[in-house]
Design a binder for this molecule. Structure first.
Ligand SMILES: [Zn+2]
Ligand SMILES: [Zn+2]
Ligand SMILES: [Zn+2]
Length: 720
């Protein structure tokens, strides 16, 4: 039979059944692979390329039901689309090897029935018998606690035949979600739930739930979750920052009476093992997770929700390079179930798919144009950094400073947003101009003053800062250039010495628990000014926050790749959306050098759709996605000569097809990263062309030198 083995190789292997008989597709098996024993998924009959008698045999089948045929198809389709090795995708699907083993066993004691002849119970033994008369069966530690006896009493009773031991699985399935009263829905929300409810149970229907910040999208999809659970099916909810979303989880618990099963990198392995298994057995009704939750073996999926569908965190950039939102749509299509993509700032792709520029709609769009209750959308103003610049060496302009002072006076909160961690993005010598760069990357070392460290944000390399220049030897010549959140905090401390402030970035908030603590201190009014990176921009609901100051609204446009304007708009609109979420009106102030650019104009006018329309028109004219296909080829080697040899090998067999454009390979903008030299090529094709086949033909024809790594990125988001 044919088995996809969980190692990074780009094909499946034939194995003999080894006395197990024909195993159905989807059976998880253990197979010999070189000197190792590895897990794999049965794909079907072998391809017969190796004579039967020289095949190695499957060692055993996992004591589990097979994963569904749809799940196997999903693994195959993701492999074909991403061009990742089949084994790497199979390994993501089998990410919990311990889940494939029988679950751990637990020893329970119960009263022997009938009790042994002539049994005489001491007082202690009598208490044990009484506890078990009501409890049924308990573990030894539970029994000791409940009846106040030692372990010796219990083992003595077992020997005397008064107790009977039984072995059971120690995993207990999670409690089923219940049905509690949700908050009353607005008329808009009601209409939205009705439209979605009408499509449930009718196969694959994609929705774009397009609602402004604070419009109550979550309650709308919770209603759909409820209906799918009532129909006895499972639900997958993808949420990019689930680990930090204590508020979201609390709302889920309020609505369903239990916490959802979670799946992300902060979940302990022991818990993940169970979640994986419960996805397969159907015992997990709702799983909420980061993008990798898409590779759980759900048995009976009835709905997928992709919240914050525009988030770039859905794009995985290493190993298997995939866009989880797009693969979620693929999975819903295969499962024949609806999918809800929710956002206040939809991705251009989803917006176009919803038919917003006149193409035939592929997604059904559901709009929530208003905030719920008395809340209104924040007013947005620009602060012209040419006309009203801050003092030298400072970053907050006078109008923003005045607005913060007003909030402090009124007892309201402000958020200062700067998407730059650390103290300063660049340190240079005032005497010779020498810049501190990472030895492993083409990048600057970022000063982290709190940690007393210079850090490379690409590879994590750290160094101790020095006041003296290592290049020219000048004393006390090293200067910090530009602000990070730490430097902004310094300015806040100088300007508003009485104010209580907190820095919200991945350097200061390092765990789900510390994020929760930070959020609750803000909600409790213990913070006047929040200084935050994009971490502060996402999903939080701070009732008393009425001012958002965007310190450098032009920052996101630097670099200028395909999605820079879109990404910048999404980020700024989301941050601005933190202001005024309850009865007090919010204000967002954007410090900019160029208030005339399209992103700023869209934010100031509030006309998001006009912005998306002109962006999509620009993409159409440039033949860029979603109006074309795009793929990147990243070639890297630790040796520069080898890289050039690989580039020449690819150049010599560059394909020529009508409707396909190939740019490069050239040295990448980040030509040196984590100790490797890098080149990139961009492949652009018309939509009806099989771009994967073009790439496959190209790289198969090139004879690459050894030690060169080739990564394929279909629909790239990163162009560095
Ligand atoms: Zn950093
Ligand atoms: Zn110097
Ligand atoms: Zn580095």
């Amino acid at each position: 039979m044919r088995v996809a083995v969980g190692v990074p190789v780009d094909r499946a292997f034939d194995y003999a059944t080894g006395g197990l008989g024909a195993l159905p597709r989807g059976t998880i098996v253990v197979v010999p692979f070189g000197p190792r024993q590895l897990n794999g998924i049965v794909l079907g009959p072998g391809d017969g390329s190796i004579p039967r008698e020289s095949l190695k045999a499957v060692i055993r089948a996992a004591p589990l039901p097979p994963v569904s045929d749809i799940f196997v198809q999903f693994v195959e389709r993701v492999t074909a689309w991403t061009m990742a090795p089949l084994g790497s995708v199979a390994r993501m699907a089998l990410s919990q090897p311990k889940a494939l083993l029988p679950p751990p066993q637990q020893k329970l004691f119960r009263r022997s029935d009938p009790p042994p002849d002539g049994e005489k119970l001491t007082t202690a033994r009598r208490r044990v018998a009484d506890v078990l008369a009501t409890a049924g069966a308990l573990t030894s530690p539970e029994l000791q606690r409940e009846s106040g006896v030692s372990a010796g009493v219990i083992s003595g009773m077992e020997r005397a035949g008064s107790l009977e031991a039984l072995l059971v699985d120690s995993d207990r399935p999670p409690p089923r979600p219940g049905r509690l009263q949700g908050p009353a829905l607005s008329a808009d929300q009601m209409a939205a739930t009705t439209s979605i409810a009408a499509a449930l149970g009718k196969g694959f229907v994609p929705f774009l739930l397009d609602g402004v910040t604070g419009s109550g999208k979550t309650e709308v999809y919770f209603d759909a979750v409820q209906r799918v659970l009532d129909a006895g099916k499972q639900v997958l909810i993808l949420l990019p920052e689930i680990a930090l979303s204590a508020g979201w989880k609390a709302r889920f618990a309020d609505r369903f009476g239990v916490l959802p099963q979670e799946w992300h990198s902060d979940v302990r392995e022991g818990v993940k093992r169970k979640v994986w298994r419960y996805a397969l057995t159907g015992d997990a009704s709702v799983i909420v997770g980061a993008r990798s939750a898409l590779f759980l073996p759900f048995d009976n999926l009835g709905l997928i929700v992709v919240d914050e569908e525009h988030e770039h965190a859905y794009k995985q950039e290493d190993q298997v390079i995939y866009q989880a939102r797009d693969m979620a749509v693929l999975r819903a299509r295969l499962e024949g179930c609806p999918i809800i993509l929710a956002s206040a700032t939809p991705s251009l792709e989803s917006w176009v798919n919803a038919g917003m520029v006149g193409d035939p709609p592929r997604y059904q769009r559901i709009a929530l144009p208003n905030r719920i209750g008395k809340a209104t959308l924040p007013e947005i103003q620009s602060v012209d950094m040419r006309r009203t610049p801050p003092e030298r060496g400072r970053w907050l302009a006078p109008p923003l400073v005045a607005a913060i002072e007003q909030r402090l006076e009124d007892g309201e909160q402000s958020l200062l947003f700067l998407n730059r961690r650390g103290y300063a993005p660049l340190t240079l010598c005032g005497s010779c101009g020498h810049k501190l760069t990472c030895p492993n990357c083409d990048s600057w070392m970022v000063m982290h003053r709190l940690a007393g460290r210079l850090r490379c944000h690409h590879c994590g390399f750290e160094a101790r800062p020095s006041h003296d220049c290592s290049h020219c030897g000048e004393k006390d010549s090293m200067q910090a250039c530009g602000p990070g959140v730490e430097r902004l905090a310094e300015e806040v401390l100088q300007r508003f010495p009485e104010a209580r402030f907190g820095v919200f970035s991945s350097d200061t908030v390092t765990s789900p628990a510390s994020a929760e603590a930070f959020v609750s201190s803000v909600t409790a009014g213990e913070v006047d000014i929040i200084i935050g990176t994009q971490m502060a921009a996402k999903g939080h609901h701070f009732p008393n926050l009425t001012l958002v100051g965007i310190v450098d609204a032009d920052l996101g446009l630097a670099g200028g790749d395909l999605r820079a304007a879109e990404r910048s708009f999404q980020m700024l609109a989301q941050v601005a959306g933190r202001a005024g979420r309850e009865d007090r009106p919010g204000l967002a102030m954007l410090q900019t050098l160029d208030a005339d650019n399209a992103v700023m104009q869209a934010l100031l006018s509030g006309d998001r759709d006009a912005f998306l329309k002109s962006e999509s028109e620009a993409r159409r004219l440039a033949a860029m996605p979603p109006y074309s296909r795009l793929a990147a080829l990243v070639i890297s080697a630790s040796d520069e000569a080898r890289l050039h040899k690989a580039v020449r090998a690819l150049e010599s067999v560059r394909p020529h097809f009508n409707g396909v454009g190939i740019f490069g390979p050239n040295m990448a903008p980040l030509a040196f990263l984590r100790g490797r030299y890098r080149a990139r090529a961009l492949i652009q094709s018309e939509k009806n062309i099989d771009i994967q086949a073009v790439i496959n033909g190209w790289i198969t024809a090139a004879s690459m030198p050894s030690g060169v790594r080739l990564q394929i990125d279909i629909d790239p988001y990163n162009f560095l």
